[in-house]
Design a protein around this ligand. Structure first.
Ligand code: ZN
Length: 203
C-alpha cells in the first residue's frame, strides 16, 4: 500500500481562498515503511533537529480505481481518520533550496501516524469534519474539511489521474495552520468530532 500526501491544502484566511488557491495540489508519496506502528513511541531521528507535527485528515481507499471522476469519488472510501505527517523541516528546507525531492524529510521511518478510523456514515457531514491536535494538553492545530482548498472527492479525482488507487491506500489531505516543533517527552493526541483517534509519546 502507499500513502499519498497532499501539500498545503488550507489557507488561514478563508476569504482569500479564491485568490490564493494554487493551480494544482502538491502531491508526494510516503513508503509503507513510514507508518508508525500502533501504540509505538515516536523517536526523533538523529538527522534532524527540527521535526514538526502536521495533523491531517486521512481517507482510506476501499477499492481499486484510476481516473476516478469527482462525482463517483465518494464510492471509493468508507472511512476517514486522523494522522500526523511528521516532517524533518530542517532537512526539507535544505532539499527545497536545492530543488531536490523531499522524500528523506517526509518519508522516513515512523513519519506517518495513522490513527483509528471512523465510518463516514457516523459523521454528520464530510464537508465539515472538525479535528484538532493537542500537544501536552494544549490545542496546537485545529482544522475542518470545510476549510480545505481541495475537498476529499476532488483530491481522489486528482491523484487518481496519476496513481492507480488500491484498496488500503491512505490519502493524507494536508495540514491546517499551526504546525510546530516537537521535543522529547512531548505527548500528542488527535481528536476528530469528539473521538480521540491517536495518542503518541515523543522520545
Ligand atoms: Zn503534510
Amino acid at each position: 500500500m502507499k500513502l499519498i500526501c497532499i501539500g498545503r491544502n488550507y489557507t488561514e484566511h478563508i476569504e482569500e481562498l479564491n485568490n490564493e488557491r494554487p493551480d494544482e495540489p502538491v502531491v508526494f508519496i510516503k513508503p509503507d515503511s513510514a507508518i508508525l506502528p500502533n501504540e509505538q513511541d515516536f523517536y526523533i531521528p538523529d538527522f534532524s533537529d527540527d521535526v514538526h507535527y502536521e495533523v491531517e485528515l486521512l481517507v482510506k481507499i476501499n477499492k481499486v480505481g484510476k481516473h476516478i471522476e469527482e462525482r463517483f469519488a465518494h464510492k471509493y472510501y468508507d472511512e476517514v481518520g486522523l494522522g500526523i505527517d511528521f516532517t524533518a523541516r530542517d532537512l526539507q528546507s535544505q532539499l527545497k533550496q536545492k530543488g531536490l525531492p523531499w522524500e528523506k524529510a517526509k518519508g522516513f521511518d515512523g513519519s506517518a501516524v495513522i490513527g483509528k478510523w471512523l465510518s463516514k456514515n457516523n459523521l454528520d457531514s464530510i464537508d465539515d469534519i472538525n479535528f484538532s491536535l493537542f500537544k501536552n494538553g494544549d490545542e496546537v492545530q485545529k482544522g475542518s474539511t470545510k476549510l480545505m482548498l481541495w475537498k476529499i472527492d476532488e483530491l481522489i479525482a486528482y491523484v487518481s489521474k496519476f496513481f492507480t488507487l488500491k484498496k488500503g491506500d491512505v490519502i493524507f489531505t494536508g495540514t491546517p495552520a499551526g504546525v510546530g516543533r516537537i521535543q522529547a517527552n512531548d505527548y500528542l493526541s488527535g481528536m476528530m468530532e469528539g473521538h480521540e483517534l491517536f495518542h503518541i509519546n515523543v522520545k
